[in-house]
Design a protein around this ligand. Structure first.
Ligand SMILES: [Zn+2]
Length: 297
């Protein structure tokens, strides 16, 4: 039996077992936690302390545990819902001036605007007149740096970043956005990483120090040296959405081994980039002695 057909059999059996699993245990959290676990390993001591001081008590000092928080409050804080994504008018390019706004046309109300805004609030943290709840600013920032790297968080308005494209992930009915937010990570974890999040994080970290080590400098580079480069990350996501996420997918498509195995390397690299860049942003905010490089790389 070839690799493709044995994978196929595996997923056939696998999807029978998961179709009986209770719905909605910790869906959507894994990607954000992985991004923050990777970022955590690149924080300087000074940054680590500053972050720890801002964490809510409920986090118990565990930084990655707060990274999914923004999804939990997006309906309570209704205004924050558009801050998780960007929609483009059906074109494979993204422009801040055209696309970064909410449905009422308020500029800056998108994931790029949010990253820059919360970075600015945290940079002013020494200012006594700072009125912001900096714990929330931090929790928003660390979440949105993850979101802007998910290719379908910069997608087409007409299909809401793949949310209205109904597909089958192996035998399970879902939508394309959810495949990238959750299903691919879950399937990868179950199939390649012993169903263990830390094992997957270690696998991604091995790629960062191994196969991707030549690329790290380019991940850290961007035109805007002063604040964040979130705009560049959104441009990358839009291209990846067109070239990988949307590619060869139609309403009602069944996505299986071929889609999974060709897109998984992209997804893993986006998680790695998000982690490395989040550390860079946090080190710039909280540890000015750190310059612009991530010291441990
Ligand atoms: Zn989100």
């Amino acid at each position: 039996m070839g690799l493709a057909s044995s994978l196929h059999l595996f997923f056939f059996l696998f999807s029978i077992s998961i179709s009986r699993a209770p719905f909605g245990n910790s869906w959507g959290k894994e990607g954000h936690i992985m991004v923050c676990k990777i970022a955590e390993s690149y924080l300087t001591e000074k940054t680590r302390k500053a972050v720890a001081e801002l964490l809510p008590e409920t986090a118990g000092g565990d930084f990655p545990s707060v990274c999914p928080w923004a999804d939990e409050v997006r309906f309570r804080y209704h205004w924050s819902s558009p801050l998780h994504y960007i929609n483009t008018p059906g074109v494979c390019n993204y422009k801040y001036s055209r696309d970064c706004h909410n449905s009422k046309g308020v500029m800056g109300m998108c994931v790029v605007g949010a990253i820059n805004n919360y970075t600015g609030q945290l940079l002013d943290c020494g200012d006594l007149s700072n009125q912001y709840n900096l714990t929330e600013s931090l929790m928003f920032l660390v979440h949105f740096v993850g979101d802007v790297h998910q290719p379908l968080h910069v997608g087409f308005e007409a299909d809401e970043g793949g949310n209205t494209i109904i597909v089958r992930w192996y035998r399970r009915k879902t939508n394309l956005h959810h495949v990238w937010d959750v299903s691919m990570i879950e399937t990868a974890m179950k199939y390649f990483y012993n169903d263990n999040l830390d094992t997957m994080v270690k696998g991604i970290q091995l790629n960062i120090t191994g196969g991707w080590s030549d690329e790290i400098n380019s991940w850290e580079n961007c035109q805007n040296k002063r604040a964040t480069c979130a705009n560049d990350y959104a441009v990358e996501s839009m291209h990846l959405a067109c070239n990988y996420a949307y590619k060869d997918v139609e309403q009602g498509s069944t996505l299986e081994d071929e889609y999974f195995l060709t897109r998984l390397p992209i997804l893993k690299k986006r998680i790695a980039q998000a982690g490395v860049r989040l550390a860079l942003i946090l080190n710039r905010i909280f540890d000015s002695s750190n310059g612009q490089e991530i010291q441990s790389l």
